[in-house]
Design a protein around this ligand. Structure first.
Ligand SMILES: NC(=O)c1ccc[n+]([C@@H]2O[C@H](COP(=O)([O-])OP(=O)(O)OC[C@H]3O[C@@H](n4cnc5c(N)ncnc54)[C@H](O)[C@@H]3O)[C@@H](O)[C@H]2O)c1
Length: 333
């Protein structure tokens, strides 16, 4: 079996490739990735060097690149995306192009070849919940809040329309917030690991009481593998880590692992900031027998240890355009 994984030079996709190499060594893996600021070919090593994974550098919104990437494939796992909410507030055009146009380009090409697709969507398409609301189920209204989540909702809706209109085999996963190795350090957990370890102030949006459901990337990717192998065509699967924490609790947790007290700096909240996400994973548990395995304390300790050993990787990313983004996002708050 040959699988095309889009966006696998990024965080979740690279971890998926490593998991598939370990657990399904007979599968051929090809990656299509534009290597944007968030994508690093090094994330796929040692598999590029030993030839066990093929990387094609290209844009999911470019029909020619997509045609070439799909050649000889049996299934597509689509993760390529612009993925950061704050960046979508600073400028949303790239989100519409990659997440909506890119997904449409891939859907069209896969449909012509009669290829099944697993679309990695997100819990953020549902919008947010009040403190006492029940967790999102797959039938909850889609009500995105940010340009990022709206573009992901566009991709998700397009995929569902291809199921209904063309009978295409698309399976959709909607997962909560991931953490783990190789996440770009603009995201909350790696950003704060670096800041707390260096004794720098930690910017906290608003009151810091926003709740996210955290899942280790390895658990997420185990679910993606279950959906590749046993997911039903046209179905949506919600999944989460069964671990709801406020952003302040996340910072405290990192501080405990590092043995440092975070220096909190409360800053202006993110516009339109979702208050709470929570996922009901009953469907995927019942149908595919999947549940998250790694608990928060162990997963966080492993993640902190990984980042503490990756100074050269982090240093190469912290310079250049990443500094421009930090200034644009946090400088004016
Ligand atoms: N990170 C999370 O917590 C989370 C949770 C649920 C769902 N998701 C979804 O999972 C997927 C992966 O997220 P991530 O956190 O690994 O993101 P990421 O930003 O770390 O990686 C995205 C990858 O996509 C590539 N890419 C961007 N634009 C592209 C284009 N036009 N053509 C080809 N490649 C392109 C980038 O180079 C990068 O390698 C996304 O679809 C995201 O919406 C993420």
């Amino acid at each position: 079996m040959r699988i095309l994984v889009t966006g696998a030079a990024g965080f979740i996709g690279s971890n998926l490739v490593h998991l598939l190499r370990r657990q399904r060594p007979n599968w051929d893996l090809r990656v299509l990735d534009l290597l944007t600021y968030a994508g690093h070919a090094a994330n796929l090593e040692p598999h590029l060097a030993d030839g066990s994974v093929e990387l094609q550098v290209g844009d999911v919104a470019d029909p020619e690149a997509v045609e070439k990437a799909l050649e000889g494939c049996d299934l597509v796992v689509h993760l390529a995306a612009e993925s950061h909410v704050d960046r979508s507030i600073l400028g949303s055009a790239a989100f519409v192009r990659t997440n909506v146009v890119g997904t449409h380009t891939l859907l069209e090409a896969a449909r012509r070849r009669d290829l099944p697709m697993v679309l990695v969507s997100t819990d953020e398409v549902y919008g947010d919940l009040g403190p006492n609301d029940p967790a999102f189920t797959e039938t909850h209204n889609i009500q995105p809040s940010s340009p990022y989540s709206a573009s992901k909702a566009g991709a998700d809706h397009l995929a569902q329309s291809f199921v209904r209109t063309f009978g295409m085999d698309v399976r959709i996963t909607r997962c909560s917030n991931n953490y783990g190795p190789r996440q770009f350090p603009e995201k909350l957990i790696p950003l704060m690991i670096g800041r707390i370890a260096r004794g720098q102030p930690c910017p906290v949006y608003g009151d810091g009481q926003q709740i996210r459901d955290w899942i280790h990337v390895e658990d997420h990717n185990e679910a993606v593998l279950a959906v590749i192998e046993r997911g039903r065509a046209g179905e949506v699967y919600n999944l989460g880590g069964e671990c709801e924490l406020t952003n302040l609790q996340v910072l405290e947790g990192i501080g405990e692992v590092l043995g440092e007290k975070p220096l909190l700096e409360f800053v202006k909240d993110r516009p339109g900031h979702d208050r709470r996400y929570a996922m009901n994973g009953a469907k995927i548990a019942a149908e595919l027998g999947w549940r998250p395995r790694l608990n928060w304390a162990d997963g966080l300790a492993q993640t902190v240890a990984w980042y503490r050993q990756q100074e050269p990787w982090l240093e190469s990313i912290r310079s250049g355009s990443y500094q421009d983004y930090l200034q644009a996002n946090y400088g004016a708050r």
